[in-house]
Design a protein around this ligand. Sequence first.
Ligand code: G3H
Ligand code: 13P
Ligand code: ZN
Length: 331
Amino acid sequence: MPLIKTTAMFKKAYDGGFAIGAFNVNNMEIVQGITSAAAELNSPVILQCSAGARKYANSRYLVHLVKAALEVNDIPIALHLDHGPDYATCKSCIDDGFTSVMFDGSHYSFQENIEKTREVVEYAHAHNVVVEAELGQLAGVEDDVNVSAEHAHYTKPEEVEEFVSKTGCDSLAIAIGTSHGAFKFKPEQCTRNADGVLVPPELRFDVLAEIEKKIPGFPIVLHGASSVIPKYVKIINDNGGKLDDAIGIPEDQLRKAAKSAVCKINIDSDLRLAMTAGIREHFMAHPEHFDPRQYIAPGRDYIKELVMHKIKTVLGSENSAADIMALVNEY
Ligand code: G3H
Ligand code: 13P
Ligand code: ZN
């Protein structure tokens, strides 16, 4: 089956109260770990590449790695540009065979964001590619865009209807309290639960509900949605790493989001932590090893374990692959 757009995936996810995982890929082992997990659970998956990933690996390598994953695994896969910074990058991905692009105009004024997004939508739709846009700003590093916590702001529900209709975008990334990276909250922003675990402030589900009311049926995207799983942070720290106070979004909140209009949940930091944990653990146990296959494979295994966990307990997308494949011809 060829790469597909996200349209059928989002239709099924919206109607079925689940979300599709969008995982960042930078090399072969990451692609393999994610797609073998999705295949084992009959789940669709979105593989996304940032501008940084394209620079690191070369876009053509990434496209072919993802196409190889499609040949090996019988599941629906979309190839998406994450945080496209400008028209030229979006056009280059569309020309390269991506089926979905994000244009991130969130740091522009409302009007400029509309105009620039619209330009990308026109080129994308003419080439049968869908577009994710962003309104509101998340804190953290978004490729070339580095937003400090004080400049981040929530999406304004009163703006979404006009933005979606004027841009013609196919999905909308919103800001409701998530942020990029493995250090999403400071410990002093959190409370401790009965087990002594730091719990960050709740996402703004009230803002999400307002947005849903303004654009019913429209797919919403959540960026910065890694949960920073303590197991992998502990393995890293127990094996020579130093990640103090890494805090993510609690999984019960992500599960709640996945049941709403949120159809795409972006995960990158959790993959980085899982791979690093596998490699560090291996090196500590086997300091004599120097064959990259020996130490990268455990990183790939942890990525697979992590993605299976996400699909089963956060996203809820398992066993929806066949239904989505059946819908693809309609969209
Ligand atoms: O949102 C950002 C993603 O985690 C991609 O990060 O630009 O370092 O590839 P990157
Ligand atoms: P995390 O840093 O929370 O994994 O977010 C990734 C992301 O939003 C990619 O666009
Ligand atoms: Zn993002």
